[in-house]
Design a protein around this ligand. Structure first.
Ligand SMILES: Nc1ncnc2c1ncn2[C@@H]1O[C@H](COP(=O)(O)OP(=O)(O)OP(=O)(O)O)[C@@H](O)[C@H]1O
Length: 982
């Protein structure tokens, strides 16, 4: 790798080291699967081709040149103050340890690290006359995310007595090494041992010691596999003595020193392979899982060690059995080439800083001397310093204000788009909680969504108050700052004018003085000229006097010039102050603009909140209406459900009874068959007995047949009902989610459970089984004589005659019922018309109520509101009776007493299902509020009809209709006519 110039970007250099096939691989008959393109740093494996910075081994460049080409430049860089890292990457057994030399034993010189040590010490030797060097080494390994110190003296002692690997165990008492990140982002290994070394031998001993302490294990691919990442770090500190050359070419008296400190990390990574591939045992697998994490930790350590040069050696095995892992390694190495780096020289930051400060001091001192020490200058300087400090303070305040503005903005955004959850402060939560509990507690019957809505409302309101407060504070603060700044500017401006006048006057004075002195000088010069015409002695004397005067005048002029210059300087300073004042003015303008913006925002926010509140109140009103309707629906459905349950229960009981009867009949038939065979065999007492027995037998047979028919009918009907119920439930759920919540499907003993249908099924199958046995003529086997047959036939004829007569009677009944039904339908139509009329009436009344309610809400008449509420309770809630439990509903911000809806006005009343009311009450209710009752009755009646047609036996229809009519008569005040007809 070429040594890059300082601060020049460079990529990570990658060199591939292809080792030869080793013994085991040869034994297994492995073949080379990696080829190196001759003369090029290019590797091919299968159809893949990769180009790197260097390729060594297996007919690439010889491995021996690797150190010279790749590592020596890094060692040179180390001496120039550059950090560097060499990483060996590859699968287990690919030769990383061999290449790096971290398996250093008995002074073996192969491997990068031993060669680095040799080269470094020889270079130090050649430079030691001009530079002081100090070397330190540290050696750590990262195993399963744990950083271990391989040079820890405690583990050194331990490993003397125990096996090398036992030394790896954590030594009690010594805290483990921790990776720490300082506030400025520098990552350090806290607690790792840094051994100071002076000779090559000492450094080699450290390497050997650490190598022996490394964790090793056996894998399918390497008997002596290193199971950890190992990092051997060489730290080189150097102090060079520099004698800078002065301008005239002579060595400068001041000797400056340059301190450099750089590190070289030499890393042997753990195998990159997948655990399965290596056949690692449980422990190894665990290691494998941790290897990547460890690699990350190591990456952190190394990459944070500063801008450095990195060299990556990708070790690969050429064996075809490792082809997959080799390909992975090459792909990874290829990607690593794209990593960019920017190496810099690691000078001691402190000495650099000190040098800079020293230079600055000198410069300032020189400037101070040049400006002289007049009082005015001093005053001005102090004034400037004060102004600068004030300006700085103001800038800081401005910054703070901007931050606060941003926070307020953010808060506003949250408030508009976010949920109440965005309010984080505990205090706020507490407040929210208290508001919730005091003002916003909703009744148990309120829906969850309603309470969520209320929560939201509270949060929103609180948020609004908070925002308003914050913005008010901000505005107040802004006003204060503005006042301050304006007063400062005034001060500034006033002073500035005074100063300008003062300095102008001063300069003018100096100009005048200078002019006077110059005139004096000219006069003297003229006098000297005149004197040149006098006697020599006098001339000389006068000349001397004049020369002296002239000299003093020249000095005076010089002095004045200096003063003038300093005044000019002061004027410049003054200009600067003016600029600062202007900046202050700009800032004031900016604050004013901010203030206007803030005021606008406050207004806007207040308006938004007002609108939101208004819409919220509307929504709440709507929700309450909905709630009442839902409550009514719920009770209606509950009553429906209850009735449905009762009907179903009775049906199930009937079905069970029919099944039981069938069972008994079947049992009885068994015994009768036995009796009959006894009779047939001549055991009977006489012919009459035989005849009676045969008749009983026939009755029984017919009964069985009818019963089987009944059970089968019940069975099929139950199946249909079950299907119909399921269908109905699904429809109900779809139509009204809320209703489905309250409508529990018929289950268990109340429903058509399999407990009811399965005995039916078993009895039916038994009956069928027996029926099959009697098919053809089997049934009549017991008729032994013509006489028996004739008797039985006569009996059958009689029984058939009776049955037919009964049937005729039933037919007539049905006919009557049909006529009745027709009549009922006519009545239903009439009642429908009546219902519509009542509904219209009700609508008109409701509208009138709404108007009255609106008037009451404006607070004009509390009495009228109460009247309206009472009215509504009386007429619109036919099912209201004194409640056992009160609604938890107390007036809050949005539901003050003036706006409380009429339905909640009387909290001692609540909705109850109509079915639970006594008849007297029902009649009273029916008289008081025909509209509601009729509406309820209509839907209930419709359901009943539907239910009857679906599930009831036709001959029970009349019963249902009668029941329905009775209800109608009781409930309807003008139902005399109907009563008469029924
Ligand atoms: N360039 C090479 N020439 C000859 N033998 C080599 C070479 N590289 C590695 N070997 C041999 O291959 C075997 C495995 O090498 P090494 O232990 O260095 O692999 P590794 O990649 O460090 O494995 P692990 O990750 O399991 O520690 C060793 O027996 C080693 O002597």
């Amino acid at each position: 790798m070429e040594v890059a110039a300082a601060s020049e970007d460079c990529c990570v250099k990658v060199a591939v080291h292809v080792r030869p096939l080793i013994g085991d691989e040869k034994l297994q008959g492995c073949k080379d699967c990696v080829t190196v393109t001759p003369g090029k740093p290019q590797v091919q494996i299968g159809a893949h081709s990769f180009t790197f910075d260097h390729v060594y081994g297996s007919t690439g460049s010889p491995s021996s040149s690797m150190f010279e080409e790749c590592i020596v430049p890094l060692v040179d860089g180390l001496l120039q103050g550059y950090n560097a890292t060499v990483l060996a990457y590859g699968q287990t057994g690919s030769g990383k340890t061999y290449t790096m030399g971290t398996g250093f034993k008995d002074g073996c010189q192969t491997g990068i690290i031993p060669q680095v040590m040799n080269t470094l010490f020889s270079k130090i030797e050649s430079l030691k006359h001009q530079t002081d060097f100090q070397l330190h080494v540290s050696f750590i390994e990262i195993l399963k995310e744990e950083v271990r110190d391989l040079l820890d003296p405690a583990s050194l002692n331990k490993s003397d007595t125990e096996s090398p690997n036992a030394g790896k165990a954590h030594v009690p008492g010594k805290p483990p090494i921790q990776i720490r990140e300082s506030s400025n982002g520098v990552i350090t290994l806290a607690g790792s041992t840094e051994v100071s070394v002076r000779t090559l031998k000492e450094m080699a001993a450290c390497l050997e010691q650490g190598s022996l302490s490394r964790a090793t294990g056996s894998t399918n691919m390497n008997n002596q596999s290193s199971r950890s990442h190992a990092n051997f770090t060489i730290t080189l500190e150097q102090m060079s003595k520099l004698n800078p050359i002065s301008g005239d070419g002579s060595p400068n008296d001041i000797t400056s020193e340059e301190y450099l400190c750089a590190k070289l990390h030499l890393v042997d990574l753990a195998g990159s392979e997948r655990a399965k591939r290596t056949g690692s045992d449980g422990l190894r697998f665990k290691e494998g899982v941790h290897i990547n994490k460890g690699l990350l930790a190591l990456g952190n350590v190394i990459s944070a060690l500063g801008d450095e040069r990195k060299q990556k050696g990708a070790c690969i095995s050429p064996a075809d059995i490792n082809a997959e892992e080799t390909l992975n390694t090459l792909k990874y190495a290829n990607r690593a080439r794209n990593i960019q780096n920017k190496p810099v020289v690691n000078r001691d930051p402190m000495s650099n800083e000190m040098l800079k400060m020293r230079q600055q001091l000198e410069y300032l001192q020189a400037e101070l001397c040049a400006r002289g020490g007049s009082d005015e200058v001093q005053v001005l300087r102090e004034r400037i310093a004060w102004l600068e400090a004030a300006n700085e303070d103001l800038c800081q305040e401005l910054q703070e204000f901007r931050c606060r503005c941003t926070i307020v903005n953010q808060h506003e955004i949250d408030a508009q788009g976010g949920s109440p959850c965005s309010i984080k402060s505990d205090g706020l939560k507490r407040n929210l909680h208290s508001i919730e509990s005091s003002d916003y507690q909703m009744g148990e019957t309120m829906l969850a969504s309603d309470s969520r809505g209320i929560d939201e409302a509270v949060a929103k309101e609180w948020e609004h108050t908070l925002l308003q407060n914050t913005m008010d504070k901000e505005l107040h603060e802004l006003n204060r700052r503005l006042e301050e700044k304006e007063s400062e500017v005034k001060l500034f401006g006033g002073d500035a004018v005074a100063l300008k006048l003062h300095f102008g006057k001063k300069i003018q004075e100096l100009e005048d003085e200078k002019r006077v002195v110059q005139q004096e000088r000219d006069r003297l010069l003229a006098e000297i000229e005149n004197l040149s015409a006098g006697s020599d002695g006098q001339k000389q004397k006068a000349q001397d006097i004049h020369a002296q005067k002239l000299k003093s005048l020249e000095a005076q002029i010089l002095e004045l010039k200096k003063k003038q210059e300093s005044q000019v300087q002061l004027l410049k300073q003054k200009q600067k102050s003016d600029e600062a004042a202007k900046r202050l003015q700009d800032e004031i303008q900016f604050i004013k603009a901010q203030k206007v913006q803030l005021q606008n925002r406050i207004k806007q926010e207040a308006e938004q909140f007002r609108q939101w509140k208004a819409s919220r109140e509307k929504e709440l009103l709507q929700v309450r209406k909905e709630g009442r309707r839902n409550e009514y629906e719920r009770h209606k459905l509950q009553a429906l459900n209850q009735r449905q349950k009762l009907v179903l229960q009775r049906k199930t009981e009937e079905a069970v009874m029919a099944t039981k009867r069938l069972k008994e009949l079947l049992e009885a038939r068994k015994s009768s068959v036995r009796d009959n065979s006894a009779i047939a065999n001549g055991n009977g007492i006489n012919g009459q007995t035989n005849e009676k027995a045969l008749q009983r037998w026939l009755d029984h047979e017919l009964e069985v047949m009818v019963n089987v028919h009944e059970v089968r009918f019940e069975y099929e009907k139950q199946s249909q009902v079950r299907a119909a119920l399921a269908e109905e439930l699904a429809v109900l759920k779809q139509v009204d989610e809320f209703a489905s919540k309250w409508l529990s499907p018929p289950r268990g003993k109340n429903g058509f459970s399999s407990a009811a249908t399965s005995p039916m099924a078993s009895q039916l199958s038994e009956a069928e089984e027996r029926e099959r046995a009697f098919t053809n003529r089997g049934r009549w086997n017991q008729l032994r004589s013509m006489g028996d047959a004739k008797n039985l036939l006569q009996y059958m004829f009689n029984s058939l005659g009776d049955t037919r007569c009964q049937l005729r009677g039933k037919d007539m009944e049905i006919k009557e019922m049909k006529e009745q039904l027709k009549e009922l339908v006519g009545l239903l139509r009439q009642s429908e018309l009546r219902r519509k009329e009542v509904e219209n009436e009700l609508k008109l009344r409701e509208q009138a109520d709404a108007v009255a309610l609106a008037t009451a809400a404006t607070g004009n008449s509390t009495n009228s509101l109460r009247h309206v509420a009472d009215d509504m309770n009386g007429s619109l809630s036919p099912m209201s009776v004194p409640a056992q439990k009160q609604l938890k509903y107390s007036p809050g911000v949005v539901n003050g007493p003036g706006r409380e809806p009429a339905a909640f006005k009387d909290q001692t009343r609540r909705m109850v299902p109509l079915g639970q009311l006594p008849i007297k009450k029902l009649v009273a209710i029916g008289q008081a509020g025909n509209g509601k009752l009729w509406r309820w009755k209509r839907s209930h009646h419709q359901w009943l009809l539907q239910f009857k047609w679906k599930w009831q036996k036709p001959w029970r229809l009349s019963e249902w209709i009668r029941h329905s009519d009775e209800t109608l008569i009781r409930a309807r005040p003008h139902s005399q006519a109907l009563k008469h007809r029924v």
